[in-house]
Design a protein around this ligand. Sequence first.
Ligand SMILES: [Zn+2]
Length: 142
Amino acid sequence: MTTPLDTLIARAVELGLKSSLATPQAASLLAGKTKSAEAEAIIQAANQVTADYKACLKEVERAAPQHYASLRNQIVDQVRKAMKKQPGMRKWRCKVCSFLYDEKIGLSKQRIPAGTSFQDLSDDWECPDCDVGKDQFVLDQD
Ligand SMILES: [Zn+2]
């Protein structure tokens, strides 16, 4: 049976995941010099979902104050697991030199923002360590 608290926790996990996905992109847009209307909208949406997530955690705290610490850990843990399963947050390994491109981190020395998927890198992108093309990269399974 699903209790109202279970529903609340599921909602918190969902919001936490959305917040974790939206925040790196918003942060990189905030750091950028050009502020387009589209960028503003993305930043605003990320702030909103993060606020919703925090509000939802507060509701969990109100619903079960005595269990809040362990429930919160449980929620954070589930968000982390869900993040790992996101197709947009993978790692790609260079077959030649083993350089690892982590989509979650991006590549700051090439000004590639965190959260940039490997597919979204330009077709002429090259391995920063050995200069081979994208076709020499394989998905890193961990
Ligand atoms: Zn390489």
